[in-house]
Design a protein around this ligand. Structure first.
Ligand SMILES: Nc1ncnc2c1ncn2[C@@H]1O[C@H](COP(=O)(O)OP(=O)(O)OP(=O)(O)O)[C@@H](O)[C@H]1O
Ligand SMILES: [Mg+2]
Length: 517
């Protein structure tokens, strides 16, 4: 395994190593080792990710693998560090945050020339741990591990997960911040991405007026993470910012397509590569509801609700634009990048909505068709994933509700009440399909690939967590397996493609999630 730790080699280091809590000025990282755990045990791994990194299944099964990815041992070439970033949390500047429980081990360069940074989450204290312990609990680690891989297989840009290691230690958490802390099992996830640089990495040197460090980081990021961008000076910076905006737009549109709500879109939780990062209090849409947020901390203002994600990402990118302003003579190129974000999002969204309905040629007036459906789904409390998937089998020659569509309702009374509206909409949809020259099979395939059959609904993850807490990892393994092929019908796995059961509606972990992790 070849490591090339460019972040560490090319960027300025904190002169002090170790985990003493401190403000770190003029440096982008601090050297700090993971804190060993009592008895690391591999609970799950992603075989695709292991393979991409060059680990054989025998490697994965060896005791050293759990030791390395639990934080007890280093492979040759690993040089652990925690990076230094700031961020806007819930709209307010929070100052220095940094990797308080994430520790990067190194950057692997594979034989194919891919670069993958390996980063442990929950690996113990760092200089950035502030008041917390540097650890992560099993429940949140399972959620991060599973969702990273599920998102990847759904085709949504994301950080990946290599492994989930149980630590054999407990962690004290007050799950709902209500004065009832409990000991919970601890775990460490090894996540993997070409880069873990966040918007907040640029904001911190800007906030401190350290423009030289800011420029150094920008130059490094372009060189390492955007090597296809050529040129120099302001023109290069402008092109790069435009690409960051474009990637972010694409990712958010994909979230909207699959019904993913991130839950805590602070600027320190947005990746410069547009990857989905930090699987904390995220959730998946059951009944379609743009106002829904899974994050209890956000319940009051709903800043991070489903339907707001596009706007919040824009706000976050405008914070990045401010941070980059010292590199530009005027604001024109930064404004152009933000405009590019909005227009990219609009284009991608139009295509995405058309794909969800199987339309080959989107038209401006289709907006009405989409918004009527959205309104109907909100008012009648229709399950987003089930309904769109049910449309695959819709026959425009017989524009009536099918059994699968009826299954997508949560409430029988609402189903009856909105039956007329549903029939009206289906008639309009059938008419529209008639104007879209495309063979039925091709339409079905377009829809199949836009509308997953399986998503990682909160209660499914919670079922796996409940089992895992009793020592049974089979739920985690099965979910990982199901989520590898989210667009395929998988006979015998209907349980994973159902709607949220009533018991899960108000249950902790299923509809309510806190940041306590
Ligand atoms: N248990 C913890 N110990 C130390 N620092 C923590 C802990 N939990 C969160 N932090 C730090 O608090 C800040 C904000 O936390 P947030 O919940 O966004 O991130 P996170 O879940 O730790 O991880 P990441 O963004 O790396 O996925 C970050 O600086 C994070 O490292
Ligand atoms: Mg975070």
């Amino acid at each position: 395994m070849t490591f090339d730790n460019a972040f560490l080699r090319e960027l300025p280091a904190d002169p002090e190593a170790g985990s003493r809590l401190r403000q770190v000025d003029g440096a982008l990282y601090s050297r700090v080792d993971p804190t060993p755990v009592a008895s690391p045990r591999l609970l799950a791994h992603s075989s695709e990710m292991a393979q991409a990194l060059g680990f054989s299944e025998a490697d994965v099964a060896s005791p050293w693998f759990a030791e390395v990815f639990g934080g007890n041992r280093l492979l040759e070439g690993m040089q652990p560090w925690a990076s230094n970033y700031g961020g806007h949390q819930f709209g307010h500047w929070a100052g220095q945050l940094g990797d308080g429980r994430a520790i990067s081990l190194g950057e692997v360069v594979t034989t194919k020339g891919e670069r993958w940074e390996l980063q442990l989450k929950g690996a113990g204290p760092t200089p950035y741990s502030r008041t917390a312990d540097g650890r992560a609990v099993l429940r949140s680690s399972i959620r991060e591990f599973l969702c990273s891989e599920a998102m990847h297989h759904l085709g949504v840009p994301t950080t990946r997960a290599l492994s989930l290691v149980g630590t054999g230690e407990t962690v004290l958490r007050d799950m709902f911040y209500d004065g009832h802390p409990e000991f919970e099992p601890g775990a460490v996830v090894c996540r993997v991405a070409p880069s873990f640089i966040r918007l907040g990495h640029f904001e911190l040197p800007y906030a401190r007026g350290d423009h030289a460090l800011l420029r150094q980081l920008v130059d490094f990021t372009i060189r390492r993470d955007f090597p296809h961008l050529q040129g120099s000076g302001e023109a290069l910076y402008a092109e790069w910012f435009g690409e960051v905006c474009e990637r972010t737009a694409q990712t958010i549109a994909q979230w909207m397509r699959v019904g993913f709500v991130h839950g805590v879109m602070n600027t320190d939780n947005l990746s410069i590569l547009g990857l989905t990062i930090d699987y904390g209090p995220y959730g998946w849409i059951d009944n379609f509801d743009p106002d829904w947020t899974p994050n209890t901390t956000d319940a009051g203002r709903r800043r991070y609700r489903f339907g707001q994600q596009m706007q919040v990402a824009w706000w976050n990118l405008s914070r990045l634009a401010s941070a980059l302003s010292p590199l530009f003579a005027g604001t024109g190129p930064l404004q152009a990048g933000l405009d590019w974000y909005a227009s990219t999002y609009a284009t991608v969204e139009r295509r995405m909505q058309a794909d969800k309905l199987g339309l080959a040629e989107p038209r401006a007036e289709d907006d009405v068709l989409h918004s009527q459906l959205h309104t109907l789904m909100v008012q009648a409390q229709i399950d987003m994933t089930l309904f769109y998937r049910a449309l695959l089998d819709f026959d425009p020659a017989r524009p009536q509700p099918t059994a699968a569509m009826e299954q997508a309702f949560y409430d029988l009374a609402l189903r009856e009440r909105f039956d007329g509206e549903l029939r009206d909409w289906l008639a309009r949809y059938a008419k529209r399909l008639g104007e879209d020259a495309q063979p039925a099979l091709q339409r079905r395939e377009r829809m199949r690939l836009a509308n997953p059959r399986y998503v990682l609904r909160n209660y499914l993850a919670q079922e796996a967590i409940d089992l895992a807490t009793q020592g049974d990892l089979s739920g985690v393994h099965t979910l990982l397996e199901v989520m590898r092929r989210p667009y395929d019908d998988q006979p015998g796995r209907e349980h994973y493609a159902g709607k949220r059961p009533d018991w899960a509606k108000e249950k902790a972990g299923c509809s309510m999630l806190s940041c306590s992790s």
